[in-house]
Ligand binder design. Structure first.
Ligand code: MLT
Length: 408
């Protein structure tokens, strides 16, 4: 009889956003007259900008023509896009990254989930708490996390670095030494960020201890403050200790289109072995390249026209972030994030648990958010709202939240 990968059986419940969707669907079914506003999952609502649509149409036409038709894409990505990224996202910011250190993929979520495969089974991971669930769950599936303590919400073999209002959401260096350190800056879910100086502490620590920083920069486009780095490779020493994940989902609205990339410097080595080669090998075996049409569309992200249009889109979402931040403050909530990221993190009122508040808000304001405890035990007592809704819905949600608070 075949056996399943029993590590999967250790995973508690379903994926956070699937659980939320199920709850909301059930509520909707029971209350068909209510208009629910969804500020839960960080999914974009604005259409692709004209420069991207035009590039996509042109690429579609090329695919319909025998002379310009393309089959399989190069598994590591088309040279034109890798070169553009190296130049515009890295060299333009003074980062020493070359085109062949960039691996194009179908999105940062897959890369963040898959990267653990190229490291030893014995590696110990460290994560911020709260944390984007993919980092932990993918390591649980691989059998690296030990056992789950249901009461405390912790895995026995994971090093947790609590990030709460008490430490300004800045993780402290762990007491035990990890091998793989996941950092997400600007942070999902707290919407906070690290400065260059704060990140330098981590780069120095990783180089000293021989750890790798797995740096998720999916929300980089939302950085507003000068002191927050756009890439970990702005920090001296990062080439020997860091891998960076980037996404076109949040800066260009590709959540449904799918495209991202991972940067692995050739200087990142375990003994004589370059990690770069392992990821290239994995890509070659398990991935057949992102679609030509999508990679061509991504080129428009870097054109003058595309850049200007996307700047407008980011500003649109950040206006929502401000509406949420100020609306919640006015309603008497304690609020964090929302300055360098499209997420707002609030303290639940009167010590309510995150899930109780989720239910309460759904019932009294018909607004969906994400319970902080879904991101880890230190997220208990917090709640996340996303700025990716439409402006009209966001403003209405704030009005409803204000009114519901009055009746709290
Ligand atoms: C979120 O809501 O945390 C994000 O949409 C998840 C993701 O990007 O995969």
């Amino acid at each position: 009889m075949f056996q399943v990968n029993e590590n999967y059986l250790k995973l508690p419940g379903s994926y956070l956003f699937s659980t939320i969707a199920k709850k909301v669907n059930a509520y909707e079914k029971a209350n068909p007259d209510k208009r629910i506003i969804r500020l839960g999952i960080g999914d974009v609502t604005q259409p692709l900008v004209p420069a991207i649509i035009r590039a996509m149409h042109e690429a579609v036409d090329e695919m319909g023509n025998a002379e310009s038709f393309r089959g399989y894409a190069p598994d590591l990505g088309y040279g034109f896009l890798r070169e553009k990224i190296a130049q515009k996202d890295y060299r333009a910011r003074g980062c020493d990254i070359s085109a062949d250190e960039i691996f194009i993929s179908d999105g940062a979520k897959s890369d963040c989930g898959n990267i653990q495969e190229i490291f030893s089974q014995d590696c110990r991971i460290a994560v911020c708490d709260p944390v984007y669930p993919v980092y932990v769950d993918s390591n649980v599936m691989a059998g690296r996390c030990g056992d789950y303590d249901k009461v405390r919400g912790l895995w026995s073999n994971v090093i947790y670095m609590p990030c709460t209002a008490e430490n300004d959401f800045v993780p402290e260096l762990p007491r035990e030494t990890p091998d793989l350190i996941y950092l997400c800056v600007p942070n999902n879910p707290t919407g906070t960020a690290l400065t260059r100086q704060q990140l330098k502490v981590w780069v120095d620590y990783a180089n000293k201890t021989g750890a790798v920083i797995l740096y998720d920069a999916a929300y980089e486009a939302y950085i507003a403050q000068e002191e927050v780095p756009h890439s970990i490779f702005e920090i001296q020493g990062a080439r020997t200790c860091a891998i960076e994940f980037r996404s076109f989902s949040k800066n260009a609205g590709f959540t449904g289109v799918r495209l991202g990339f991972t940067v692995i410097p050739k200087d990142l080595k375990s003994g004589d072995v370059a990690v770069h080669g392992l990821w290239a090998r994995r890509h070659g075996t398990k991935f057949n390249g992102a679609p030509y049409i999508v990679q061509k569309a991504a080129m428009a992200v870097y054109s003058d026209e595309g850049k200007a249009q996307l700047k407008g889109q980011v500003a649109y979402y950040m206006k929502n972030a401000k509406v949420i931040y100020e609306g919640l403050k006015k309603a008497g909530y304690q609020v964090y994030g929302g300055v360098n990221a499209p997420y707002i993190w609030l303290k639940t009122p009167d010590g309510m648990s995150s899930w109780d508040f989720f239910d309460w808000l759904l019932e009294h304001a018909n607004v969906v958010g994400t319970p902080g405890s879904g991101f880890g035990p230190s997220g208990e007592g917090y709640f996340r709202l996303t700025a990716f809704g439409t402006y009209e819905n966001t403003a209405e949600a704030m009005e409803r939240i204000r009114e519901s608070r009055e009746g709290f």
